[in-house]
Design a protein around this ligand. Structure first.
Ligand SMILES: [Fe+2]
Length: 528
């Protein structure tokens, strides 16, 4: 029978060794009962912590970021076996390795992650354990560039680090405010859990000797702690209490995008158009505006059209939806959408990913639309999952419908549907498209967490909120393309004012962005 992480950690502790979380994961995944003894034999006598390199047969590429100038396999988009993305946040490191060109490909478009065949089969509830371990491994690898961290069990099960400065990487399993107004989180890694306290600087006694710079840092740390949400992974530095039960945090890092991230640009001139939330079948679908857009595409100069979900309004998505449908048949909705696609330029490559209104499993990652609904789509359409990572002339576009906006807006102070670009920044900071399990975003248990943002895309393309948003965050172009549906009765109740009939066009050679509005008699440019 397979040992638990705690049992594995204990076996190493019995040999007077602490153990790195990656080693615990390897033992768990190996199913080899002799591996622990083999690792212990391999550890030098003066070593205190068992590291991945002490595993017999350890090969560099599994655990370490690729060396500079080493080609990185890209087609699986950041699986844990790859050794991290080429532009992880090791400070001072070039985001792209030298002359290696993953971009010199015979085709100008490639689905790096999210091809339709990848999500077949069911899942066991035990897959959640794999799922969260996989998330931890991927994000801890990114955080490694911020400092050497130790397993949480080293803090909780030994006395060595009491009252010492420590550094850990943990997944937030719980976070709340204390009765005194401070913030406390429970962090977990594969070895144990520990409490982390963030002191509220507003509640600390004033002193004439206080350093204003230090005060500012404390305030920033507490503001970030207020934005902690369950299931994100962070690095914490701070002082361990004298009983080993709590870390008084003074620094926190999220995986984030490196500030010096330099996005790739296409070598050839190429443009792509980005839309989402067409909602065909709804009585609020904007047919005239769509036709204006369809005509404009003919001479707009773009060869690619990406659609980030909710291509139809669907059936039974919300109570009494049938009263707001002009096409109350799901097959007919897709047929009408297929007819709209057929009228678009035949030499335009069209990528379609699903959203929560589409006729496919709602939990994420969502499979691609199936043939029963798409058989009338023209051959220039490529179906992908939600999310999907698509390379166009080497520019990586991460398409994600955006269901997790509903959770982020509920959990993050100051978040609003009116500014989806700020929520995209929150996704990028956490390197997670959807973070918290058990809220409004259903998550499908799998052995790999495909909602981790790795590698870093050049463009993050979302929808769902029906409000356009645009920003550049650390070199990543964030766009939310809005909708082709006017305000629904539900949005009226919720005081959500969509800005429909808009499309982004991005020049892939310069990554400059234009937003067109098709709600008037002719397309107009919107100031960004
Ligand atoms: Fe939508």
């Amino acid at each position: 029978m397979q040992d638990s992480p705690t049992a594995i950690t204990r076996k190493f502790l019995q040999a007077n060794l602490q153990v790195h979380p990656d080693v615990v994961l390897t033992v768990l995944e190996s199913q080899d009962p002799t591996l622990i003894d083999a690792i212990i034999k391999n550890v030098p006598k003066d070593a205190l912590v068992v590291l991945p390199r002490h595993i017999p047969g350890y090969v560099n590429e599994r655990y370490e970021p690729p060396l500079p100038h080493t080609p990185v396999k890209e087609d699986s988009a950041g699986t844990e076996d790859e050794g991290g993305s080429d532009n992880d946040n090791a400070e001072g490191e070039s985001p792209y390795p030298n002359e290696f060109s993953r971009f010199d490909l015979p085709e100008d478009i490639e689905i790096l992650a999210g091809s339709p065949s990848e999500l077949n089969g069911g899942a066991e509830y035990t897959d959640f354990a794999y799922y969260f371990r996989n998330r931890y491994t991927k994000l801890a690898k990114i955080l490694r560039g911020r400092g050497e961290y130790i397993p949480i069990s080293a803090l909780t099960q030994t006395v060595r680090y009491r009252k010492q400065q420590v550094c850990i990487v943990g997944m937030v399993s719980e976070v709340r405010n204390t009765s005194k107004g401070h913030r406390i989180a429970v962090l977990e890694d594969p070895t144990d859990t520990v409490n982390v306290l963030f002191m509220n600087p507003q509640l600390q006694a004033a002193s004439p000797n206080r350093d204003p710079e230090r005060d500012r840092m404390r305030q920033e740390l507490f503001a970030e702690a207020e934005r902690l949400i369950p299931d994100e992974v962070v690095m914490i530095k701070g002082t361990l209490s004298d009983d080993g039960n709590i870390i008084y945090s003074d620094t926190m890092f999220r995986p984030d995008i490196p500030p010096m991230n330099a996005p790739f640009r296409s070598k050839e001139p190429a443009k792509a158009v980005f839309i989402s939330d067409v909602h065909v079948g709804s009585n609020t679908f904007l047919k005239d505006e769509w036709e204006r857009f369809s005509d404009w595409l003919v001479n707009c100069g773009a060869k690619y059209l990406l659609i980030a979900g909710d291509v139809v309004d669907g059936i039974g998505i919300y109570p009494d939806q049938d009263k707001e449908l002009t096409i109350p048949n799901i097959y007919r909705q897709y047929e009408v959408f297929a007819g709209m696609l057929q009228k678009l330029p035949h030499d335009m490559r069209i990528i379609v990913s699903p959203g929560n209104h589409d006729a496919i499993r709602g939990s994420e990652p969502q499979p691609a639309l199936t043939e029963i609904f798409t058989k009338h789509f023209p051959p220039n359409v490529t179906l992908v999952e939600n999310p999907a990572l698509v390379s166009i002339h080497g520019v990586r576009v991460l398409m994600y419908h955006g269901r997790s906006y509903d959770d982020l807006i509920a959990m993050i102070p100051g978040a609003s549907y009116n500014e989806p670009q700020n929520m995209m920044e929150e996704m990028l900071k956490r390197r997670l498209l959807a973070c918290t399990y058990g809220e409004r975003t259903p998550i499908f248990p799998a052995k790999e967490d495909k909602l981790v943002i790795d590698p870093i895309p050049e463009i993050l393309h979302t929808g769902h909120v029906h409000i356009t948003g645009y920003k550049k965050y650390h070199g990543v172009t964030c766009i939310n393309a809005g909708t082709w549906q006017s305000q629904t009765s539900f949005q009226k109740q919720m005081n959500i004012n969509p800005n429909p009939a808009r499309a982004f066009m991005i020049d892939l050679k310069t990554l400059s962005c234009e937003l067109y509005d098709f709600s008037g008699d002719s397309p107009t440019l919107v100031n960004l």
